[in-house]
Ligand binder design. Sequence first.
Ligand code: 5GP
Ligand code: ZN
Length: 114
Amino acid sequence: MSDCIFCKIVNKEIPSAVVYEDNEILAFKDIYPVAPVHILIIPKKHLASTNELEEEDALLTGKMIMVARDIARKEGIEESGYRILTNCGPDSRQEVMHLHFHLIGGKKLGGNIG
Ligand code: 5GP
Ligand code: ZN
């Protein structure tokens, strides 16, 4: 997807603060963090949202959650706690149409996620 900002980050056409990378997953710091730890975990292949996931992506999405957990551990927030969330579509206010999991923590988060 040539006009997708996260594909450009995957391709290093746009710089980002990478915290984890393997052959199918990239994790980098959110440019507008809402908490001391705010990292985005994305598949390198373009999928717009959870709506586009296929059966074959089950392992990939499971790995994305475990990458988020491993980053939480490295950031020292495994015990204090964190949120992993993904927005899908207009009602969720998804802004970037490339699947991403937010890892958010490092402070007591707000109690209302809806
Ligand atoms: P969404 O609302 O789609 O779930 O979240 C998109 C997230 O991507 C937002 O938290 C926003 O701050 C982040 N973001 C948007 N553009 C960039 C960018 O160019 N670089 C980085 N690192 N984060 C971005
Ligand atoms: Zn993309």
